[in-house]
Design a protein around this ligand. Sequence first.
Ligand code: SF4
Length: 249
Amino acid sequence: MRYIASCSFGKDSLAAIDCRMMHGEPLDEAVYCRIMFDAETSAELPEHEEWIYSYAIPLLKSRYGINTAIVQGAYSFVDCFYTVYTKSKTKNGQIWGFPYRNGSWCNTRLKVRPLNAWSRRAWDYTQIVGIAADEEKRIKKKTVKGKILPLVDYGIVEAEAFDICRKAGLLSPAYNGGRHRLGCWFCSNQRISELRRLRKEHPLLWNKLLALDKDSPVMFQPGKTVMDYDNRFFAEEAQLSFFDSAGAT
Ligand code: SF4
């Protein structure tokens, strides 16, 4: 039996790998799903992407002897966004646009299907999953035959997963500034503070998201377009610079 860790290179999956190795339990390989926004642009924040390839993958190999398989699906987020409905009773001819909050297509199309296709070729294995001991909903879903949850088995909660990664030199720089979760930079489930940060720190990515806004039949978030957020953040900045200049006089 082989043991393969699903690894997003976030704190929980890396803490699960470290925890398993520290307890002398077998782990043969890691598998990482590379989601793409479009043909050239990764779904990862650039600082996370850079860290994964230049630091984390080599470190898993040199420290733990673990190779990382990189799985990439055939379709990007933009490919799916512009897919036209052909078998719908009400939407034929319309493009998918942004994923709905409930029943979103992105996780299934961009991650689950490519990983399932890979796992069918990976023979028989047990999956090591990084879910912290205080993530009750996710634990229920993932407590199934063929999966091991090391952080749950050892009672390690999310805050402790941060500490484990910090001590092991395995914490992505994308967690700086108080960020608690990593995900696709274009995710519509992220907090407003993260969207504000994306616009400020990665304006080119923000502009890519804005460019989709006008074509989407589905609003980015319920009742909110990307442009709504752009206007809001612009107004906030204008107000701040007004107070700054008023304070300076
Ligand atoms: S992080 Fe967000 S955009 Fe990416 S697959 Fe998950 S739900 Fe979809």
